[in-house]
Design a protein around this ligand. Structure first.
Ligand code: ARG
Length: 286
């Protein structure tokens, strides 16, 4: 509600979305210098289709500059040859209150990434770093809302990793079941815009998980099939500015009507691996 004063004593109360307040974030990113699609671990990946590493680097650089222009701090980890998916930093750690829960990848092709990130944390001042015993693809499947950790399973992260995350991070975990292989990680099916607003694609979830989301967020933004299919939900919000793939036009309009500012980016080359802006962005909540 916003009260607008009129001339004289009068005023009117308008039901406008309240002012959205951005907060400065710190992100960890990894340049896609060795990016390619050479194996297939999700339906987006087609190793027979050529990739353009220079284009991936250019799009990723623009994403990084977008964050910096919004006032966020971006830390970098060195990319490692032979790990083409290392650009997807979101998959390698969940950081809440400075405590780090690392990753354990399902696919053997990605397994080595976890230790590179573990060593990055240890050499950058993090002292509380726990590596999981269960398959855990970190922010690929874990989304912190400010109150709960929404936790996906079905394709990658082991449901037993949810209990492990709750114990290690000391936060309440809410498990959600993913059912469509195109939306193999939670972060391609749902994202948090602010503590009270989330967006998701209902068909990516089991009927029970849809009910859970509806109970927790009755006013959530429900994404269309088209917006989900360009990985439009793989978006990053700072509480006001929402960085999302440029093809997600209906979602961008809906976001704007809720008082957020959509910031479209071109991330088409990384989509060939099933990734978008969020996949390239691990949030360091120190
Ligand atoms: N090719 C990668 C994989 O299948 C893409 C990961 C995208 N990351 C994400 N957070 N959804 O593992």
């Amino acid at each position: 509600m916003t009260t607008v004063a009129l001339p004289g004593e009068a005023s009117i109360v308008l039901d406008l979305p309240s002012e959205r307040v951005p907060t400065t974030r710190r992100y960890l990113m990894c340049a896609p210098e060795h990016f390619t699609v050479e194996y297939r671990i999700n339906p987006w990946m087609d190793p027979s289709r050529p990739t353009d590493t220079a284009l991936a680097v250019a799009q990723w650089t623009a994403l990084k500059e977008t964050y910096e222009n919004l006032g966020h701090k971006v830390d970098l980890i060195d990319p490692v040859p032979g790990l083409p998916d290392m650009v997807f930093s979101a998959n390698s750690g969940t950081v809440i209150d400075g405590k780090v829960l690392g990753a354990r990848f399902r696919a053997p092709q990605r397994a080595a990434e976890a230790d590179h990130y573990r060593r990055w944390f240890l050499s950058h001042g993090y002292t509380d770093v726990v590596m999981p015993e269960r398959t855990n693809e970190a922010e690929g499947d874990f989304t912190w809302t400010g109150r709960h950790l929404l936790a996906g399973t079905g394709f990658r992260t082991d449901p037993l990793a949810h209990a492990e995350a709750q114990e290690v991070l000391g936060v309440p975990v809410i498990g959600l079941h993913l059912v469509d292989p195109r939306y193999y990680h939670l972060d391609v099916a749902l994202f948090v815009l602010s503590e009270d607003v989330i967006a998701y694609y209902p068909n990516a979830f089991s009927p029970g998980s849809r009910k859970v989301l509806d109970r927790l967020y009755p006013n959530a933004i429900l994404a269309t099939e088209e917006d989900a299919a360009c990985l439009g939900l793989n978006a990053v919000s700072d509480g006001r500015n929402v960085v999302l793939p440029k093809e997600a036009t209906t979602l961008a309009e809906e976001i704007a009507t809720r008082g957020f500012t959509p910031i479209p980016v071109d991330i088409s080359e990384l989509r060939a691996s099933g990734g978008g802006p969020k996949c390239c962005t691990m949030e360091l909540r120190d």
